[in-house]
Design a protein around this ligand. Structure first.
Ligand SMILES: [Zn+2]
Length: 540
């Protein structure tokens, strides 16, 4: 009896000790273009060690949403890790019109830095346009820069924005003829030796093989038929059906870049992340490190083949295996219970509208060219000047202030007339003016999402929202960007050190993730955080 009591006391002591220790490593996993319902749609064939390990041994926030538009990759990754929205972090899209420079800019492009690991000038990238800190930045400051931060993704923006400003490294994949992991001089003067060695092994070449379904194709009952009219496919192959001979198709599809649009793009990311954990000694001491891993091939496959495709189902069944491989490596390298993982997405996706139409669900396409022509004609007839409109991008209109002034027109009058014109167009759900958005008193639910995505300096003069399932896109493949539920509802799973087991239907939002991770680590929230701490996921 006495021994029994002693064992209970000893267990409680060690248990409380374990609970009080901080995670040695936080791993933030982003799956690019993952709708929440992919967890339930494909669950029957997920293994116990991938998605389901996080779903049932961690905390599953089942009603997790983006709280702004536009729901794109750049803003998505920035918002997850900064705990705020484009209104504050300034990443208002992937590419946007810089009205002060009169040119389109890319969210992570930075011509003041040089590429590493490639001679291509296309890889000059840094997080300089992001205006606020990530939880990785705060952890760096908190640990006197002893806690490391590393960002990894096929996409440059998927690696750079999550890792933040003070990251040790961010690595992304360069396809084309190179097939190598690259970075920029923003982080260091040269690539770490292990990255140079990894690239020299040319392991990536082994993925230029046949992409066939993981299981017999007849068993893919959670998707439509393989041969259908809603898929884009690869150049050089007429039918969008399995198998895809990647070696044969690579020539016409930008060399190694073809791998991005296959599940093997995710395998490449896992290979490299496992290597990074080992070589950077992440989670080896008691000072918390941060690793961000973004799986982007899901997005490329979604754009190419659509939400309902067999290709997409196969990509998720294979991603489940990649996740299991990553978790296994974390168990081995960092230790079971020593690390904390969260998994989420940067946005969801719409079913191919043509597929919806063919199945009696309202869905529409807006042709970009005729949309713009209509506005120009309206401006010509109303104000005798068809060039008042400078740019349309990311569901926003930018007006030419100089021209309006020279023509002695009132900016307010032009804006209001345009707003009225747009509200009369088919498939227009809402139209908001700059002055409405900067007042910060939006009570309309969708309007609030537009406002959260609206940066007062760099955003446009009019923002519009199209009706549900309306896109400006090709009739094949899926896309995203709207404030509608199919784009905002994504998974949020927490697992590991300090995380309770459980689930909730309570609404959680993208900007809640960073303050929650910060609370878990006992550090300040990132500097522009607007989210709340999800205290119900954290162990007492
Ligand atoms: Zn996308």
């Amino acid at each position: 009896m006495k021994i029994y009591k002693f064992l209970i006391i000893a267990f409680c002591f060690f248990n409380s000790f374990a609970q009080n220790s901080k995670p040695k490593l936080v791993v933030g996993i982003v799956v690019d273009q993952m709708r929440y319902d992919y967890l339930t749609r494909f669950e029957a064939r997920f293994s116990d060690n991938g998605f389901k390990k996080l779903m049932y041994n961690g905390f599953n926030c089942k009603n997790h949403h983006f709280n702004y538009m536009p729901t794109y990759t750049g803003p998505g990754h920035a918002s997850i890790f900064t705990g705020t929205t484009p209104e504050n972090h300034g990443i208002i899209a992937n590419n946007w019109f810089d009205k002060f420079k009169n040119e389109s800019v890319y969210c992570v492009q930075d011509n003041s830095v040089n590429p590493l690991g490639t001679a291509s000038n296309k890889e000059r990238m840094s997080p300089h346009r992001m205006l606020s800190t990530t939880f990785g930045d705060v952890n760096r400051l908190h640990t006197q820069f002893k806690g490391k931060t590393i960002g990894i993704s096929i996409k440059d923006r998927g690696a750079i924005l999550p890792a933040g400003h003070s990251a040790n490294h961010a690595f992304w994949f360069r396809g084309e003829k190179e097939g190598a992991w690259v970075s920029s001089t923003y982080y260091s003067n040269e690539l770490p030796k292990w990255v140079i060695d990894f690239n020299a092994k040319k392991l990536i070449g082994k993925y230029l093989k046949e992409w066939n379904t993981l299981y017999p194709i007849a068993s893919y009952t959670s998707s439509g038929t393989d041969d259908n009219i809603y898929e884009h496919g690869f150049k050089g192959k007429e039918k969008t059906t399995f198998p895809y001979d990647l070696k044969a198709l690579q020539e016409q599809n930008s060399g190694f870049s073809i791998l991005k649009s296959t599940p093997y793009g995710n395998s490449i990311v896992t290979d490299f992340a496992v290597e990074a954990i080992k070589n950077e000694e992440l989670g080896k001491d008691s000072i918390t490190d941060v690793l961000t891993v973004s799986y982007s091939s899901t997005d490329y496959v979604g754009h190419n083949f659509g939400v309902n495709s067999v290709e997409l189902e196969d990509t998720y069944l294979r991603l489940d295996k990649e996740l299991a491989r990553l978790l296994k490596s974390l168990d081995k390298q960092v230790g079971k219970g020593e690390y904390t993982v969260f998994l989420t997405a940067d946005h969801g996706a719409v079913h191919v509208p043509q597929f919806l139409k063919d199945n009696k669900i309202p869905a529409y396409y807006v042709d970009k060219e005729s949309f713009k022509e209509g506005i120009d004609t309206f401006l010509q007839t109303t104000f005798k000047d068809e060039k008042i409109l400078k740019n349309i991008s990311n569901q926003q209109l930018f007006l030419d202030y100089k021209r309006i002034k020279e023509a002695k027109l009132s900016l307010d009058e032009v804006t209001k007339a345009l707003q009225h014109y747009l509200t009369q167009q088919p498939n227009m759900q809402y139209v908001f003016t700059r002055s409405e958005l900067v007042k910060r008193n939006m009570t309309n639910i969708v309007g609030k999402l537009v406002q959260n995505g609206f940066h007062q300096r760099s955003s446009g003069d009019i923002a519009y929202v199209l009706t549900p399932a309306t896109i400006s896109y090709s009739k094949t493949g899926s896309t995203h960007g709207s404030p509608q539920a199919y784009d905002t509802h994504v998974p949020l799973l927490f697992y590991g050190n300090g995380i309770k087991k459980g689930k909730t239907f309570k609404k959680t939002q993208v900007n809640d993730i960073a303050p929650t991770v910060s609370a878990l680590l006992g550090i300040s929230a990132p500097n522009a955080t607007t989210g709340k701490i999800l205290n119900f996921v954290i162990e007492d």
